[in-house]
Design a protein around this ligand. Structure first.
Ligand SMILES: *[C@@H]1O[C@H](CO)[C@@H](O)[C@H](O)[C@H]1NC(C)=O
Ligand SMILES: *[C@@H]1O[C@H](CO)[C@@H](O)[C@H](O)[C@H]1NC(C)=O
Ligand SMILES: *[C@@H]1O[C@H](CO)[C@@H](O)[C@H](O)[C@H]1NC(C)=O
Ligand SMILES: *[C@@H]1O[C@H](CO)[C@@H](O)[C@H](O)[C@H]1NC(C)=O
Ligand SMILES: *[C@@H]1O[C@H](CO)[C@@H](O)[C@H](O)[C@H]1NC(C)=O
Ligand SMILES: *[C@@H]1O[C@H](CO)[C@@H](O)[C@H](O)[C@H]1NC(C)=O
Ligand SMILES: *[C@@H]1O[C@H](CO)[C@@H](O)[C@H](O)[C@H]1NC(C)=O
Ligand SMILES: *[C@@H]1O[C@H](CO)[C@@H](O)[C@H](O)[C@H]1NC(C)=O
Ligand SMILES: *[C@@H]1O[C@H](CO)[C@@H](O)[C@H](O)[C@H]1NC(C)=O
Ligand SMILES: *[C@@H]1O[C@H](CO)[C@@H](O)[C@H](O)[C@H]1NC(C)=O
Length: 620
């Protein structure tokens, strides 16, 4: 018999072990985030007291790492697909600016209305996924947005010029995944030549002619009708179609489409125009019909509130005209939406619970579309994906996020598929220089507190729900399986469920040639498909593949003089390569299916190749 054990041959190369397995979690998603004994609730209390110590004890303690946060008003909160009460895990801080504000709220809570800034981009993408077809997403923009492409058509001799954007190659999906290569902030009046000309004309203090900054003079009138209109009236920030599109059309690209992710606000403005065109509806109606109403996001809108009740719970930082109450016009799909953390939690749950998209569409959407140049960050359709590395185990957990950070406001929506949970944050302060880094610090603190806690909670629940011995109830069959915690003999494993005994018909399977004495670890593969509260089945893959340090994939191979690029791939991705490469009677050797009750507690185990159901011993 020949079994795939190639991974094991590489064993001596690896020193300390760390999980690098499937993208799936180490354990089924935790059910209890908010209960008294939950690690997540404990870490939230801890996080709250860290904030309290700094913010209420007048920054007395050594928490220098929260510097600046004292002036930023913010709200953060958790949510979970399996624990509705997780939304009670919130923290709110009202900084002096808002406590003393003449308009809006003086004390923030989960229903306080903030601007969400660029979190809008994720909402725009989601609305598009709800409304558009796959074909729409892959259609060239020149077929969708009237006016685009006119510039390149007018200058056919310049088709090879690097100054011409290839609008016929750019699709809505290229925009959503930040891979269009187009200008970052393309709207007409963002041009420094236009801004300076207007400021000089207005006689603004401290602003000089471009030439005094070493910039050659340009003829601003030649920059098109939007520039001219703005010069005449600098409050005229938004230039409508067709002039606005004409101005964007002629801007050179930074990259060719599908070269690299490169952030573009303009891309999401165009995506909004495209969605509006393809649906034949104003974008306001798209947001309302496709997202806000179906998910019950009653405090969310793409225009600032004007009603008395809404204004009373609005977080109005600085002069409202300067930020909160700005008309955002065609920049709305990039950054103009207002919401609350309670509403953003509804959005997070709606996405993860497949309320508006099929489960397949959601899983496909929540994947990277491109690397960045960093090993730690990837980009998806509207997503900024952070690859969190658990300090204790080295396990990688992907955070599907979108950050907002603009003017007086910012925030984040964070979805963590491995735990069916996530968190939200919104913040406000009229000094962006202080607000922006402070907001990022808050997000770092929340992440560092809850990620290890979610993993610990999932581990504790898995231990209680699965560890035990499962035996045949047929008198004539001697068969049993023992599931243990943290007792796998797979080299490098740090923690996890494992199969530590497996006999069938009186034969010890683990000691025999199928496993050669290895006690495999169990990795969740297909989660329970029935609603919470109802019994169902959960599948796992038993893996004997070596575990290794996440960032040592392409390592030095000792005494070889080479960087082990290929060795690293082969060794790191044993699970990926060999999942069910040993099959018996039509099913994978490694497939284990558990019957679980409504609370996720296993009642039976079926090693697929055995074709029996082993009952969990009641005393376990
Ligand atoms: C609480 O926070 C402190 C400091 O960040 C940390 O050392 C400690 O382990 C945390 N405890 C829990 C239960 O999360
Ligand atoms: C916070 O605001 C107060 C009052 O405006 C100001 O004195 C202080 O310097 C600010 N802190 C920081 C870090 O900017
Ligand atoms: C998820 O959707 C199901 C219906 O498909 C519903 O029963 C359940 O309550 C939803 N979960 C949450 C947390 O909203
Ligand atoms: C959508 O775009 C097409 C093609 O450019 C154009 O003919 C049509 O008028 C546009 N419709 C709307 C509603 O903008
Ligand atoms: C500036 O551009 C405008 C519009 O193209 C043109 O009419 C005008 O003659 C130009 N002025 C100069 C000084 O070149
Ligand atoms: C959103 O804004 C529009 C326009 O101001 C308003 O008519 C609508 O009632 C608002 N929706 C909500 C849910 O506040
Ligand atoms: C923001 O705060 C910084 C640091 O306190 C200060 O130097 C800067 O002038 C402030 N900016 C504004 C616009 O108030
Ligand atoms: C599993 O055991 C290792 C030591 O063998 C220990 O470091 C680790 O913390 C344990 N994991 C858990 C979740 O208890
Ligand atoms: C158990 O093993 C015996 C031979 O040792 C064989 O005859 C029998 O079919 C096996 N039973 C099952 C259920 O595999
Ligand atoms: C069942 O098989 C195990 C493992 O081979 C053996 O130790 C045990 O005695 C057997 N029990 C019975 C009742 O045959």
């Amino acid at each position: 018999m020949h079994f795939s054990r190639r991974g094991l041959a590489l064993l001596p190369l690896f020193i300390s072990g760390v999980l690098t397995d499937y993208l799936t979690p180490t354990y089924p998603a935790p059910i209890d985030l908010s209960g008294d004994t939950s690690f997540v609730a404990a870490s939230w209390r801890n996080l709250s007291s860290t904030f309290d110590r700094y913010l209420k004890d007048e920054q007395s303690s050594a928490s220098k790492s929260l510097s600046g946060v004292e002036n930023v008003t913010f709200s953060v909160g958790m949510f979970s697909l399996h624990d509705p009460a997780a939304t009670k895990l919130q923290y709110h801080y009202t900084a002096p600016e808002i406590a003393n504000a003449k308009q809006g709220t003086n004390k923030v809570d989960g229903d306080s209305i903030y601007r969400v800034a660029s979190v809008s981009k994720l909402i725009t993408t989601f609305a598009g996924l709800v409304e558009l077809t796959e074909e729409d997403w892959n259609r060239p923009l020149i077929q969708i947005i009237p006016g685009l492409g006119a510039y390149s058509r007018a200058y056919p001799q310049a088709l090879n010029s690097l100054y011409i954007t290839q609008w016929d190659k750019i699709t809505p999906w290229a925009l959503a995944t930040q891979q269009s290569g187009i200008a970052t902030v393309g709207w007409p009046v963002s041009d420094l030549a236009v801004i300076l000309a207007a400021a000089v004309a207005e006689g603004l203090d401290g602003v000089d002619e471009p030439t005094s900054y070493g910039l050659p003079p340009v003829n601003v009138s030649a920059l098109g009708p939007c520039a001219t209109k703005y010069l005449k009236d600098p409050t005229n920030t938004f230039c409508p179609s067709p002039e606005g599109i004409e101005a964007i059309d002629g801007l050179p690209p930074n990259f060719l489409p599908w070269t690299t992710p490169a952030y573009s606000d303009e891309g999401f403005m165009l995506l909004g125009i495209a969605i509006s065109n393809l649906t034949g509806k104003p974008l306001s109606a798209v947001y309302r019909d496709a997202v806000f109403e179906p998910l019950g996001m009653k405090s969310s809108n793409d225009t600032h509130p004007t009603g008395k009740a809404e204004l009373a719970r609005s977080v109005i930082s600085g002069d409202p005209a300067a930020n909160f109450a700005l008309e955002t016009g065609f920049t709305t799909p990039s950054g103009g939406i207002l919401s609350t953390i309670n509403d953003l939690s509804k959005l997070g749950i709606g996405i993860m619970n497949n309320t508006l998209l099929t489960a397949e569409t959601t899983r496909k959407w929540m994947k990277p579309q491109s690397h960045t140049a960093s090993l730690s960050y990837s980009i998806g359709g509207g997503w900024e994906i952070h690859r969190y590395v658990h300090p204790a185990t080295g396990k990688v957990t992907d955070l599907y996020t979108k950050l907002g950070d603009s003017g007086f406001y910012g925030g984040a929506l964070v979805l963590i598929p491995q735990y069916d949970a996530g968190f939200t944050m919104l913040n406000a302060y009229s000094n962006q220089t202080i607000r922006s880094p402070a907001a990022i610090l808050i997000l770092d603190h929340v992440t560092d507190a809850i990620l290890p806690a979610l993993e610990a909670q999932a581990a504790a629940e898995a231990r209680a729900n699965y560890v035990g011995t499962y035996v045949s109830t047929e008198e004539t069959l001697n068969a049993s399986v023992t599931i243990s915690f943290n007792e796998s003999s797979v080299p490098g494993i740090i923690s996890g469920l494992s199969v530590t005994a497996w006999t069938f018909n009186g034969t010890d399977i683990l000691e025999g040639p199928l496993f050669n004495g290895i006690k495999p670890r169990l990795e969740p593969s297909i989660p329970k498909q029935t609603p919470d509260g109802l019994p169902g089945q959960v599948a796992f893959q038993a893996s004997h593949q070596v575990q290794m340090l996440t960032y040592r994939a392409a390592m030095d191979v000792p005494d070889s003089g080479v960087v082990g690029t290929w060795t690293g791939f082969y060794a790191t991705n044993g699970d990926f390569v060999y999942t069910d490469s040993t099959r018996y009677g039509g099913v994978g050797l490694n497939m284990f299916v558990f019957d679980v009750d409504g609370e996720g507690r296993a009642t039976a185990c079926s090693p697929a190749i055995d074709r029996v159901t082993l009952r969990r011993r009641v005393d376990d």
